[in-house]
Design a protein around this ligand. Structure first.
Ligand code: ADP
Length: 382
């Protein structure tokens, strides 16, 4: 008897599996999964009673699709409507995340899986799915993102701390020059003839230029240490390299480092967070300068070129000793360092910044004799 029932319906009965529809419903209720179905012809929604616990909205407030849309966060409505529309038109599955607004204004993150089956003659026969809360998952994700942003920021502050004395020295130069020009003006204006006034004007113009130079250094510093949200824009590769070199090469010339900078053909641009990519370049350039400290030949090359496959490749190469064997395998892991005062986070942070931009980050040996760090970023089309 049981055998013939199975043959007729093509599947076993619920009783055979030991679970009734009620058992299933109760199990789903207990684990916090809300089930729903939508009648495409009438737009009416039937939703399980536990939707009050899952969505924070009673089932009676969700009689149809429009009422459902009304409790979805306004920023998420269009994406939800598009997913539902697509399923209704084509059949098949979708999975989306959105926020539900409750009566007290509190928001809940939920994930919704829907499935539409189109019957004969393009008629929709079934459209149903499930919804469950994902607040914890979302909160954990947000916490992780905050931690990553903190780490990136701390690593930037640490790089800045290491550069502080060289930067103070760099700032002293325009300030010293301004003081000299001011003394010269004082001298010219002590006996003001036409020639002296002209000379004082020239000295004042030169002082103004030096103050702009000091201002530019301070502006770059401030941008670099300000936390700021991730902000990706179209950036010129040459501009990114120039800015990073202005910070990272401070004091390098005095150390006898010869830097070759080739920003590639003019006009190559990338979609990037300027401060973060600057941070990657500053880390790599400063590491290279440190590696050159004990070398007789101190060459450094910073080169950018189009990669051909829609990417731009930027490399920083040096003529130092290359990567120490002891750290070669674990180079990109955090807290790996060969320096007595190193934090060992520069490379791991740089790599995660580049990967988050959709690029690659690699290390190899350099034609100059030391190490070459290369990273790619997706090229931006105008
Ligand atoms: P830190 O500079 O604080 O040590 P990083 O993550 O920037 O942290 O670098 C990790 C290690 O990688 C360095 O301690 C050094 O041993 C090695 N390294 C990085 N860049 C170079 C380079 N250009 N040449 C040789 N070794 C390098």
């Amino acid at each position: 008897m049981q055998r013939s029932e199975r043959t007729r319906s093509g599947r076993g009965t619920e009783a055979q599996h030991g679970l009734s529809a009620r058992d299933l419903r109760e199990t789903l209720d207990e684990i916090g999964i809300c089930t729903w179905s939508l009648n495409p012809a009438t737009g009416r929604v039937a939703i399980s009673k536990n939707c009050h616990h899952v969505l924070g909205v009673p089932a009676r407030c969700l009689p149809d699709h429009d009422a459902f849309q009304a409790v979805v966060h306004p920023e998420d409505r269009a994406a939800r409507a598009a997913a539902v529309r697509w399923a209704l038109e084509h059949g098949g599955r979708y999975s989306i995340e959105y926020r539900v607004r409750q009566a007290d204004g509190e928001l809940r993150w939920v994930r919704s899986h829907g499935r539409a089956e189109i019957g004969g003659g393009a008629r929709m026969t079934r459209f149903r799915g499930i919804v469950y809360r994902i607040d914890e998952h979302r909160q954990a994700e947000a916490r992780l993102q905050r931690l990553q942003a903190d780490l990136i920021h701390v690593s930037r502050l640490s790089a800045m701390g290491e550069m502080a004395s060289a930067l103070a020295h760099e700032l002293n130069q325009p300030l010293g020059a301004i003081s000299n020009y001011a003394a010269a003006c004082d001298h010219f204006l002590a006996e003001p003839g036409n020639a002296q006034i002209d000379a004082a004007r020239t000295a004042l113009a030169a002082a103004a230029k030096q103050s702009q130079r000091a201002g530019a250094i301070i502006r770059r510093l401030r941008d670099f240490v300000t936390r700021g949200e991730t902000d990706r824009r179209l950036e010129s590769v040459a501009g990114l390299i120039d800015d990073a070199c202005d910070l990272a090469l401070v004091g390098a010339r005095e150390q006898g480092v010869e830097a070759r900078i080739d920003p590639g053909p003019p006009g190559i641009r990338v979609l990037a967070d300027r401060v973060q990519i600057q941070q990657v370049l500053v880390n790599l350039i400063r590491n290279a300068c440190e590696a050159l400290r004990d070398s007789a030949r101190r060459h450094l090359a910073i080169v950018a070129a189009a990669h051909g496959d829609g990417f731009v490749c930027i490399s920083v190469s040096d003529s130092g000793p290359g990567i120490a064997e002891a750290v070669a395998e674990t180079l990109f892991l955090p807290f790996v360092t060969t320096k007595s005062t190193g934090m060992g986070v520069g490379l791991s942070v740089s790599r995660s910044i580049v990967l988050a931009h959709g690029g690659t980050f690699t290390v190899g040996s350099s034609a100059l004799g030391g190490a070459t760090f290369r990273f790619t970023l997706p090229a931006a089309e105008d």
